[in-house]
Design a protein around this ligand. Sequence first.
Ligand SMILES: NC(=O)c1ccc[n+]([C@@H]2O[C@H](COP(=O)([O-])OP(=O)(O)OC[C@H]3O[C@@H](n4cnc5c(N)ncnc54)[C@H](O)[C@@H]3O)[C@@H](O)[C@H]2O)c1
Ligand SMILES: [Zn+2]
Length: 380
Amino acid sequence: LFTGQLDWTECVDGTFSIGVSKSGAYPLIVGRGELAKLPELLQQILESDSVFIVTDDCVSDFLLDITTRLLRNSSLRVQTVIIPAGEGSKSWATTEKVLSCLSSGGARRRTILLALGGGVVCDLVGFVASIFMRGIPYVCIPTSLIAQLDAAIGGKTGIDFNGSKNLVGTFHHPVAVLVDPDLLVTLPQREIRSGLAEAIKVGVLLDRELFARLELMNPLLTTDIASLAAIVEDAIVSKIQLLRDDPFERSLARLLNLGHTVGHAIEAATRFDKYRHGEAVAIGMGIATEISRGRNLCSLETRERILSCLENCGLDVALPLEYFGATFQEVDVIRRIRNGKLNEVLPIAIGECVIVDEVSIDEYEAAVHALIQRSAKYGS
Ligand SMILES: NC(=O)c1ccc[n+]([C@@H]2O[C@H](COP(=O)([O-])OP(=O)(O)OC[C@H]3O[C@@H](n4cnc5c(N)ncnc54)[C@H](O)[C@@H]3O)[C@@H](O)[C@H]2O)c1
Ligand SMILES: [Zn+2]
């Protein structure tokens, strides 16, 4: 678990400099059927006898019973908090609700929160865990594809605020992550497709083999847990590789943002209820690819491979024109939040991207039009 050190030195001008460091490690368990290891895992990391499972009212139907049953034979006091499913729960109101359940349920500094759910539950629980009593431990059991290959990895937590995606949040790593692809068996097809978008992102950024696997993916076979499990494992390894040099996102120019500035803007512009996160990111990646081609940074073949891979996984790349104005207003909001500067990540080859300084609204518009025409032509 995490430990820290605090040092001070006296500077030549008589002032002091305080040095703070934090380091630690935690288990990441990935594999089919690994949920059964939960009691053993908790045994290793637990410093208290109380656990709060936080889940949503959809995941609870499928996975709450089995999870509580696994913990029944332990001496743990298990309490449950159920929040409404969906992005709307990444809110201050739900944060407050969970905080108040913890407070009235007698949670203490060593109580463990167990996030059982998709990216929404993982982001929210991580956030709550980071602020309750100045930080308590939490364990992530991601149950959606996005959460398994992305949201549960990296320690980023947060909620949407004032209409802006992830505007409030923290870095707070879990004390353990348990990824069991068998839990995906009840995940609706649309959510699987949304998760595949994040896997394609990682493939385009640095993992040619993963990308090739996704190109061959039969969209009708997305319930094939064995191939999803392989995708989850590869994408996790690649994400960790991408986070290695900048785990706290000090740099605003980050490869992992591929498709995300526009993707987040689309989500906000459509009030978080028209597109799933991955669907919006897929459009963002399509636009980035088209812009890259427009600047002659990638070949026709690369563009075709990326767009076809997204489409093959059932993801639309065309942003309907009716959302264009609102989306690019949101892009301006994001630009302001980032001190007036906006980077864009553009693919130059499969497994290789570049970060560019600014993309003009004309380039965005041309890309959106080209993708609309393409989808009219190929009927995607
Ligand atoms: N922190 C990060 O690094 C990070 C990375 C990627 C995405 N995210 C965030 O994650 C969120 C998107 O995650 P998501 O797509 O998982 O959303 P989600 O949590 O809303 O889950 C999608 C839907 O699937 C249901 N579901 C989840 N697991 C299920 C299962 N096993 N069986 C049946 N239904 C199941 C949920 O109830 C929900 O209705 C976004 O808010 C995004 O910003 C965060
Ligand atoms: Zn994402």
